[in-house]
Write a protein that binds this ligand. Structure first.
Ligand SMILES: [Fe+2]
Ligand SMILES: [Fe+2]
Length: 476
């Protein structure tokens, strides 16, 4: 039988801790020179020491059968609903040793191997992948017809809207991923021809669903419905992020068009925001750090055409993620290098292999920049420092641009929709019910943490956009 260490198993998915504890899984404990073996239930070990697999002073190795771990991981991916947090009822006397030293597995030969993680885009991705290209495109047509049908109805139920948005966004992202995987093997010209129909149909889907999001009073129930279908896969995160980002963008637009928001911001700018933005524009005289320096050419409403271009980027933003990495960020379990690379992979696929608008590619590439903070993925930062080598005297004199040109010519530091997406991306990671072994935060807890840790302690998210997002969330 093949075994994997408990530490490596938990590295794959920290929710295993709860599952192993609930199932009273027997753990094979082997001492350093393998002279002693015993089986003790995971729960007993865990109740005794919450980090028993990670205690450097111990002389024991803790092992689990690979096949069992694989099954449990698959169960977590497939049926997240059956997963509950294990809360210890331990009061110090519940040590339950299930078996002892006599157990010799396979004559004592223990082979320790790595176990591979189940596909991260969910089993649905395999079925999409196996469809012929025409079938995939027809499926997008079907979704487009359902969205149009809903749009033609005068009264729509929240359930029907969230169901249609959820299914169409999920399928269309997976179809994009699978067709672009093939396109990556082709030359850019060939790939763009190959993906043209996909681009047209996806943009049609984006047009219909953004209208639907705009016309629906997005109540909490709508997002509750989306969150309740979360199964911890990347694609569910992409779907929720897509719908929420579009919805927030619509809210932003209404604020700009129907209220005196820019005036209000100008009035409170010095008191509320100046100290933040001063840090980001240190080469400017403090008096020059004004609202118009934050938003290049001043705060603007977004045209319908641009909304569609931005929305396409939101939909595809994590398309560069590979199948075998965990999207949950901020845990020990994730491989930073691989994660960081998803923005580059996504950018290259969207920009080189398709005729999607350049806005969508930039959103895919620049959605983890965190205003140059070292924890950002730095795809823009890397290109900016290359640019600086040739133009050493250049500085960006603005922070956020609504159009791509100032971003591509390094006149500004950030692209408006990518900065907006960062906020939703962090919010989704904090409130996702499948958060790795941490309880999901409530909306208020998440907003509070974002303000403290992502603005006050480290300036990563945009303070003005985060304030607007808070207003948006609280108005839901
Ligand atoms: Fe991402
Ligand atoms: Fe994301």
């Amino acid at each position: 039988m093949k075994y994997i260490s408990v530490a490596k198993a938990i590295d794959q998915d920290e929710r295993l801790i709860s599952l192993l504890a609930q199932e009273e899984e027997p753990v094979l404990c082997v001492n350093e020179d393998a002279s002693k073996q015993k089986k003790i239930s995971f729960r007993a070990l865990y109740d005794n020491n919450r980090q028993f697999w990670d205690t450097p002073t111990t002389s024991w190795n803790y092992l689990l059968p690979v096949l069992r771990v694989r099954d449990l991981l698959a169960a977590l991916r497939e049926n997240p609903d059956n997963y509950h947090f294990y809360t210890s009822t331990h009061d110090g006397d519940s040590q339950t040793v299930t078996s002892d030293t006599t157990d010799k597995t396979d004559g004592g030969r223990i082979e320790i191997v790595q176990v591979s993680i189940p596909p991260n885009f969910g089993s649905h991705y395999s079925s999409i992948q196996s469809m012929p290209k025409d079938g995939k495109l027809e499926l997008i047509d079907e979704h487009n017809n359902s969205l149009k049908e809903l749009l033609s109805q005068e009264e729509r139920s929240i359930e029907a809207v969230s169901d249609a948005l959820n299914k169409s966004a999920t399928d269309v992202s997976l179809i994009n991923k699978s067709i672009l995987e093939k396109a990556l093997e082709m030359s850019n010209e060939e790939a763009q021809v190959f993906s043209q129909e996909l681009v047209d149909k996806t943009r049609e889907m984006v047009r219909s669903s953004t209208t639907l999001i705009d016309e629906t009073v997005l109540q909490d129930e709508m997002f509750d419905a989306l969150v309740s279908t979360s199964n911890g896969t990347v694609v569910q995160h992409m779907t929720r992020t897509y719908v929420r980002s579009v919805s927030f963008l619509m809210f932003y637009n209404k604020k700009i068009l129907n209220s005196s928001l820019p005036n209000r911001l100008r009035i409170i700018f010095r008191k509320r925001y100046h100290s933040y933005y001063k840090q980001l524009l240190p080469h400017l005289h403090p008096d020059d750090v004004v609202l118009e320096r934050v938003f290049h050419s001043g705060m603007q409403a977004i045209s319908t055409q641009q909304i569609h271009n931005f929305a396409t980027g939101f939909l595809l933003h994590d398309i560069g993620k590979t199948k075998d990495i965990d999207y949950h960020e901020g845990t020990e379990a994730y491989d930073r290098e691989k994660i960081v690379d998803h923005v580059r992979q996504g950018y290259l696929a969207v920009v080189n292999k398709t005729a999607y608008p350049v806005e969508s590619g930039i959103i895919t590439g620049y959605h983890h920049e965190y205003y140059g903070h070292p924890s950002g993925y730095g795809f823009f930062r890397a290109q900016y420092s290359k640019h600086l080598k040739q133009h050493p005297r250049q500085h960006y004199n603005y922070l956020i641009s609504f159009t791509v040109k100032p971003v591509l010519s390094f006149q500004t530091m950030a692209f408006f929709p990518a900065k907006l997406l960062e906020i939703i991306d962090v919010f989704d990671a904090l409130t996702d019910p499948n958060r790795v072994y941490k309880k999901p935060l409530t909306t208020e807890e998440a907003l509070d943490l974002m303000q403290k840790q992502f603005v006050e302690e480290n300036l990563k998210l945009d303070p003005i956009l985060l304030d607007l997002f808070m207003e948006y969330q609280r108005s839901a």
